[in-house]
Write a protein that binds this ligand. Structure first.
Ligand SMILES: Cc1ncc(C[n+]2csc(CCOP(=O)(O)OP(=O)(O)O)c2C)c(N)n1
Ligand SMILES: [Mg+2]
Length: 338
């Protein structure tokens, strides 16, 4: 199947979906405010290990996961706080995990990079670049083998496509016609290196096509475009058992992790400011206002509501107890659960 880039067609919004559209804005705001608070907590020494913020990429998780069913599998890289929140892990439980508390979704033993909730089909949070891509292929294989109609969705950064496992996993998915959607979040940088990867990704996309895989390049700053591309991919996976690679063009506004300065030494302040003009939250709230689905006051009220939720999560995580020492030897999930 040939690479296709859908035109950025701007049709009127479907007014009958107004509630859903407003909820997408709420989810994006929740991620943004959560990440800001997580960054603050990290600076205060409350979060151990690494912490990779998703600020700037919110429309990717929100638009794509809105097209996925409750029974489907979702698996992510280490930049996954946003996906976890959208999938339904509560802000309290994610924040508690960042704080290493027993009430965290991985019992406080995983931290920022290892958020899990098997009951929600959320299978990580993986720190090794590209290592979870074959896992997604395996999940899709299991779905097809059991004939469950489930779909597996896998998020990773563009640096992961240099990994041999990426090619092996995609090749198998194409050969075996597996219901899997690979979402490459191309934020243009891999761990602070000045890599303009866009053209390289195009080559990779072409090669993925030779694996007989559907392929689209998507504007990841527009939640509606993201959602439409994902709906097509889910339909292909569920109805036709045909895998898809979505190369999503996005941008992270913060550094690679909390140890990396915001602009880094590899990009200019001007570049980041230019990219901020396409802030996905601003784009979507302006669209909702322009089409009469919300007003300024409504957006502000929504923002206040999510701020309260995030502040509550922070307080919950602060006050939650540490895991008991014996928990070190216990599984977070009982064998066979989920
Ligand atoms: C196999 C492996 N090699 C190197 C690293 C170190 N590392 C952590 S993040 C990263 C960059 C990944 O960039 P990208 O895939 O573009 O994702 P992004 O951080 O931009 O979301 C690297 C090289 C790692 N975690 N795993
Ligand atoms: Mg990247």
């Amino acid at each position: 199947m040939a690479t296709s880039t859908r035109p950025n067609a701007r049709r009127g919004l479907d007014q009958s979906r107004a509630d859903e559209y407003r909820d997408w804005l709420r989810q994006m705001l929740l991620i943004r405010r959560f990440e800001e608070k997580a960054g603050e907590a990290y600076s205060l020494g409350k979060v151990g290990g690494f912490c990779h913020l998703y600020i700037g990429q919110e429309a990717v998780a929100v638009g794509s996961l809105a097209a996925v069913g409750k029974d489907d599998y979702v698996v992510c890289s280490y930049r996954e706080h946003g996906h976890a929140l959208v999938r339904g892990i509560s802000a309290r439980t994610v924040m508690a995990e960042l704080f290493g508390k027993a009430a965290g979704c991985s019992g406080g033993k995983g931290g920022s990079m290892h958020l899990f909730d098997v009951s929600l089909g959320f299978l990580g949070g993986h720190a090794i670049v590209g290592a979870h891509i074959p896992l997604a292929t395996g999940m899709a294989f299991a779905a097809k083998y059991r004939d469950t109609r489930q779909v597996a969705v896998c998020y990773f950064g563009e640096a992961a496509v240099n990994n041999g496992a990426f090619h092996e996993a995609l090749n198998m998915a194409a050969l075996w016609k597996l219901p899997v959607i690979y979402i490459c979040e191309n934020n243009r940088y891999g761990m602070g290196t000045a890599l303009e990867r866009a053209s390289a990704i195009y080559d990779i996309s072409e090669r993925a096509c030779s694996y007989d895989m559907a392929n689209e390049v998507v504007d990841g700053q527009d939640v509606l475009i993201m959602h439409a591309a994902m709906e097509r991919a889910v339909q292909r996976a569920r109805a036709d058992r045909h895998p898809t690679l979505l190369e999503v063009r996005t941008y992270r506004f913060m550094g690679h992790s909390m140890s990396d300065p915001i602009h880094g030494h590899y990009r200019t302040k001007e570049e980041v400011e230019e990219q901020r003009k396409r802030d996905p939250i601003a784009l979507w709230s302006q669209r909702l206002i322009a089409e009469g689905l919300m007003d300024e006051a409504g957006v502000k009220a929504l923002d206040k509501e999510v701020l309260r939720e995030v502040n509550d999560a922070y307080q919950f995580a602060e006050e939650a107890p540490d895991p008991e020492p014996e928990a070190l030897w216990a599984d977070v999930y009982a064998p066979g659960e989920g």
